[in-house]
Design a protein around this ligand. Structure first.
Ligand code: SF4
Length: 421
């Protein structure tokens, strides 16, 4: 009997130890997400300055955002370039590289939408698990030995869970303004409202935001890119219509099981943080009017919610380019930033309302004083345009998207000066 008791006791101990170990691993897995500075901010400052800052642009800022040289008068917008979210993301990425010199470091997609930054991170050894810089590895290849960076746009809850399960170290640089949108759409879902997201259905941020809608039971979303798509939604709200045709048009932009008859009557509007803010407000108003027409304005609170989730950095850059573009002394505007950068594209769209405007990614897009390669508004391919620069004295407006380093702006200015020598 005693020996049986001892055996039973040992088995009990083994079970207990296994449980403790399991809990320890689970606790480690839960605690492995780093969301604050890694304590190496000062150590990476010089590298960040060397790679992205520009003494010339700093000088321009001190001198009224202007620079006159040769035939060129450059005017730069009051707000431009790196936003607070991007500053944090790039800073955390550099700190991560410094902190884990012996580990393999991955990012789940582009860290931000700027080729200069992504290529520099790749040179520093960061491997991309998705997107144009990917070298073929995926989340499946991650092990507990690795470090994974989560970009400014965030990540879907599913992918986050998968990575936590792997036991790797996660450095989450998701921008606080993006998290703010997630909270908003989660609340809509809890209240039984469908999220209507003004954004691009295949943009990393909108993918993450829409996945937060469906995280809980019964959450649904529809993503509209622009006013024509909003009009389709409004027509259906007001008059009903061909459900199959509607679902075909939005097949890539709605939640699974989306039914316009069931899910359009109660809607909460949110937006990808980098959309054109005037368009987002117009879309919200249009949806509200349609719901009012269909269900009566006295009942609107039961059918409509709205919250402007454009981030302050996007808003400030859009306001600043509008102010600059309205100046009559400007001849043309160069908008500098990644071709896949949503906020840069909108800066170009606003500029074009007032002046010839060219969205370029790097200084090398200025082929000569006669030819420029740029991405026209609404297009995904670049074109070469001749006769872009007026002869003689010229006033050039400049702005840059929230993911564009000042160093790239300096390169553009230097390129023009060099070409004019
Ligand atoms: S553009 Fe706005 S949401 Fe995006 S990273 Fe910058 S501050 Fe954050």
């Amino acid at each position: 009997m005693p020996s049986a008791g001892i055996k039973c006791g040992m088995r009990g101990w083994k079970v207990l130890l296994r449980t403790i170990e399991k809990r320890r691993v689970m606790t480690n897995k839960k605690n492995q997400v780093i969301r604050t500075s890694l304590g190496l901010k000062d150590e990476v400052l010089d590298d960040l300055e060397k790679d992205y800052k520009s003494p010339l642009v700093e000088k321009m800022k001190q001198e009224g955002n202007r620079l006159s040289i040769g035939n060129f008068n450059f005017h730069i917008a009051q707000e431009f370039g790196f936003c607070y979210g991007v500053e944090k993301t790039v800073d955390f990425a550099y700190q991560t590289i410094k902190k884990f010199p012996d580990k393999k470091i991955y990012t789940t997609s582009e860290m931000i939408h700027n080729p200069r930054v992504n290529l520099r991170l790749r040179d520093l050894g960061v491997e991309f698990l998705d997107g144009q810089y990917s070298q073929g590895k995926s989340l499946n290849d991650i092990t507990e030995e690795d470090v994974v960076l989560i970009p400014a746009f965030g990540l879907t809850p599913n992918d986050l869970e998968r990575l936590k399960e792997k036991g790797c170290i996660l450095v989450d640089t998701t921008c606080g303004s993006v998290v703010h949108v997630w909270k908003r759409v989660e609340r809509y879902a809890k209240e039984g409202f469908t999220s209507l997201i003004h954004g691009k259905y295949n943009h990393e941020e909108t993918i993450a935001t829409s996945s937060h809608v469906t995280e809980g039971p019964g959450g649904h979303f529809i993503v509209v890119r622009d006013m024509p798509q909003t009009q389709t939604v409004c027509d259906y709200i007001e008059n009903g219509g061909d459900k199959d045709k509607f679902l075909e048009e939005f097949k890539l932009a709605v939640s699974e099981g989306f039914d316009p008859d069931k899910h359009l009557p109660q809607m909460g509007v949110a937006n990808q943080t980098t959309m054109l803010s005037s368009e987002s407000l117009e879309i919200a108003e249009k949806i509200k009017q349609s719901l009012s027409k269909r269900y009566g304005s006295e009942n609107i609170n039961e059918h409509f919610r709205s919250f402007d989730t454009i981030c302050s950095a996007t808003q400030e850059r859009q306001d600043a380019i509008l102010e600059l573009a309205q100046s009559k002394t400007i001849d043309l505007i160069l908008v500098i930033g990644g071709y896949n950068s949503s906020n840069t594209t909108h800066l170009a769209e606003l500029s074009l309302e007032y002046h010839p405007a060219f969205h370029i990614q790097e200084a090398s897009e200025i082929l000569s004083l006669k030819e420029i390669r740029h991405q026209p508004i609404g297009k995904e391919d670049q074109v070469v345009e001749s006769g872009w620069l007026p002869q003689g004295k010229v006033s050039i407006g400049l702005t840059a998207g929230a993911s564009t380093p000042n160093r790239v702006i300096e390169d553009v200015i230097q390129r023009l000066i060099e070409l004019s020598k």
